[in-house]
Design a protein around this ligand. Structure first.
Ligand code: MN
Ligand code: MN
Length: 469
């Protein structure tokens, strides 16, 4: 029999052979836990400043510039040691850092996340009044559960291109003194029929009308007095006329600020963790990297929530163009550079939630506070739509993380046949680049107020640092 101080054969063997997820807060040392809590402070500031993709791009540029990055435009010379950013139409961003290594042999290390998030977009001819209230018609953006967006404070963000061609930034509802906006819901007293409907149809998309006013313009000759009063306020503040909505991009987002959750402050609730909770670790990792050998790229893409379409989404050729430009700058074959490049597709995953255990498969779900979650495949109904990473690349990433003491775990997006989803990984795979999904487990994903663990945020940052080091 083993002495107290020695492990029994079985325990020693178990430790060696059996895979167990490790909870960061249980296993990490005190200093690392403190680092995780400190890191969360910067993230919470970033996410509060980044409620739309445009704002995330601005906040990311400000951060990158503070770390010595300068703007790149196509045609600019690219040299070893460069730290550059490419601003794609103010809605997506590429950061790159050029190292000494031969990129045709070693490739480029790429971190690709997205900065758009589900929200309520204002239609092009939105303003009307009815029964003492003025509203904006909307069309929601991304996969939302519509009932979650009623009866909460909303802020209006975006840009308006005026008839003159001038562009004005709009942001109302974020300062404590600002008014907010609101989508009406039905009182339970009169919801006898509504509450019997499935969640998907209980709130009709065309009823997500945003209340923007209730005070009439004092003139008996005017028909739509409240509408006119709203227009006069917009004109006063932004120089807008009604026709300017036609060339505007305005969105309603939750007016909440990020907050610590729990008595122990282990968690963070915020709007739009998906996917700024991966964008921030990617930006901080590349900006703080002091290595001079590897070439690395961080992509902050737009439009992931609607299929990565458009000229700011991951399917746009601009990201490939940048890789090619870097290759040409050193006289290398872009095909060779891409073949030897490696990418982490940085996006959130569904965290196991014991309140909805039935849609998860516990052995393969990501668990809260167990670290950055690797997802070999996403997709739905038989892995459909997934890029499914090679075992070789998963093995490479796993070894790298273990060597760098990163807390990481595996993840699957819910039970087989429960549903599913995709990421930008498959669009990167198209470029002949090895790619693996990794990210922060999220509770209540796509809700107006999502939840993550500070342990997973920090572990994802450590994972990205190790990857581009
Ligand atoms: Mn996402
Ligand atoms: Mn999403």
């Amino acid at each position: 029999m083993a002495k107290d101080t020695e492990k029994s054969l079985g325990v020693a063997m178990e430790e060696k052979l059996v895979y167990k997820k490790k909870n960061f807060f249980e296993e990490a040392d005190e200093s690392k836990i403190k680092e995780a809590f400190d890191y969360a402070v910067g993230y919470m500031k970033y996410i509060d400043d980044s409620k739309t993709e445009r704002e995330a791009v601005k906040a990311s540029i400000a951060y990158a510039e503070s770390k010595g990055f300068t703007e790149y435009n196509f045609g600019d010379k690219i040299c070893v040691g460069d730290k550059k950013y490419y601003n794609n139409r103010g809605k997506s961003l590429v950061l790159f850092k050029i190292g000494k290594d031969d990129i045709s042999k070693h490739g480029i290390r790429i971190l690709a996340s997205h900065v758009d998030a589900p929200r309520i977009d204002v239609k092009q001819n939105p303003l009307y009044e009815d029964s003492g209230m003025a509203f904006l018609k909307t069309h929601y953006y991304g996969g939302i559960k519509k009932y979650q967006w009623t009866a909460i404070p909303l802020a209006l963000h975006g840009v308006v291109v005026l008839a003159s061609g001038d562009i004005v930034d709009v942001c109302i509802g974020e300062d404590d003194g600002d008014p907010v906006f609101y989508i009406n819901d039905l009182l339970p007293h009169l919801a006898r029929e509504q509450v019997t409907k499935p969640l998907a149809t209980a709130i009709d998309g065309e009823t997500l009308n945003v209340l923007v006013g209730g005070f009439p313009f004092k003139d008996k000759d005017v028909k739509d007095k409240i509408k006119l009063s709203v227009l006069s306020k917009l004109n006063e503040k932004y120089g807008m006329q009604e026709a300017d909505f036609l060339s505007a991009e305005l969105s309603l987002v939750p007016a909440f600020k990020s907050r610590d959750v729990g008595l122990d402050r282990a968690l963070i609730a915020a709007y739009g963790h998906d996917d700024r909770v991966c964008s921030y670790p990617a930006i901080t990792a590349i900006c703080e990297d002091e290595g001079d050998e590897k070439t690395s790229i961080v992509v902050l893409a737009d439009k992931e929530e609607i299929g990565s379409e458009g000229n700011t989404g991951m399917q746009c050729g601009v990201y490939e163009d940048i890789i090619n430009e870097i290759a040409y700058a050193f006289g290398k074959s872009p095909a060779m550079v891409r073949r030897n490049s490696k990418c982490l597709s940085a996006d959130v995953t569904a965290c196991f939630d014991p309140n909805f255990a039935g849609v998860y498969e516990k052995r393969n779900s990501s668990m809260l506070s167990c670290g950055a979650a690797i997802c070999k495949f996403t997709g739905s109904g038989g892995k459909s739509g997934s890029s499914d990473a090679n075992a070789e690349f998963v093995g490479f990433v796993r070894k790298l993380f273990d060597e760098n003491n990163v807390f990481w775990q595996t993840a699957e997006l819910g039970r087989v046949d429960a549903g599913g989803g995709g990421t930008v990984a498959k669009f990167i795979a198209k470029l002949n680049i090895d790619v693996l999904d990794i990210g922060v487990p999220v509770i209540s994903m796509h809700a107006p107020y999502e939840l993550i663990s500070k342990a997973d945020l920090f572990s994802t940052y450590e994972a990205f640092k190790a990857f581009i080091k």
